[in-house]
Design a protein around this ligand. Structure first.
Ligand code: BEZ
Length: 223
């Protein structure tokens, strides 16, 4: 059964977080958003992930992206665990954790958003949250989703890279190739006819010659 699909308006859920009660769309305001779940507080891989996410929080805010995490733990656990994460990051004690974490101990939101991992269970045999990532645009629509199992930690530099691609391609009719990094050349999408593309990209288009003779590998400098 499909869950949330790309282009769906993200649910405007209410939740209790370490920064108080929120209504998701109000929390986002005019910003982009990243909502990401982790299996459990006080666990090793999750600590490295939230530590890395906290270290990169300035990069996300520079891109106008609001971050929010979620797991099926209580507010009390979140508050205690974030102190450990800050210590793992060698931050001074007393520092504020840079983004809120949703407490979803009844698993209501995790079920509604399709975040549970049937292969990872707690002591009572109840499923834990998988490592799910949703990127939400300023129009409140889902722009990207990732789903990793509990045993594989995510790469938050890659998540920043996809945000850069999503924001670039939201403003310009271009696509970014494999392993693209900001500033590198981008691709002209196949649905733009040659004459239109020439007018649209005054910086020039380079087409790679291919055995098929088809000119579909078209590059242009990043707008
Ligand atoms: C972890 O974060 O280390 C973890 C959590 C649940 C299952 C496996 C690993």
């Amino acid at each position: 059964m499909p869950g949330l699909l790309l282009g769906d308006v993200f649910p405007n859920f209410e939740a209790e977080t370490t920064n108080g009660q929120i209504k998701f769309h109000d929390f986002l305001g005019d910003s982009w958003g990243i909502l990401f779940s982790h299996p459990r507080d006080y666990t090793p891989v999750c600590t490295t992930e939230l530590g890395r996410a906290a270290k990169l929080s300035g990069e996300f805010s520079r891109r106008n992206v609001k971050m929010i995490a979620l797991s099926i733990d209580s507010l009390e656990d979140h508050r205690g665990w974030t102190k450990d994460i800050l210590a793992y990051n060698n931050e001074e004690s007393g520092c504020e954790f840079p983004f809120p974490i949703i407490a979803d101990s009844q698993r209501e939101l995790a079920v509604a958003l399709g975040m549970l991992d049937p292969d990872e269970k707690d002591k009572e045999g109840m499923p834990l949250t998988a490592r799910c990532v949703f990127v939400i645009g300023q129009d409140k629509k889902l722009k990207l989703s990732l789903l990793y199992p509990a045993t594989t930690g995510r790469n938050f530099d890659e998540i920043l890279r996809v945000v850069d691609s999503l924001q670039l391609t939201a403003k310009n009719r271009v696509a970014t190739p494999a392993d693209w990094q900001p500033g590198e050349r981008v691709m002209v999408p196949p649905n733009i006819p040659e004459e239109e593309a020439a007018a649209m990209f005054p910086a020039g288009i380079y087409s790679k010659e291919l055995p098929s003779g088809r000119k579909y590998l078209r590059y242009t400098p990043q707008p």
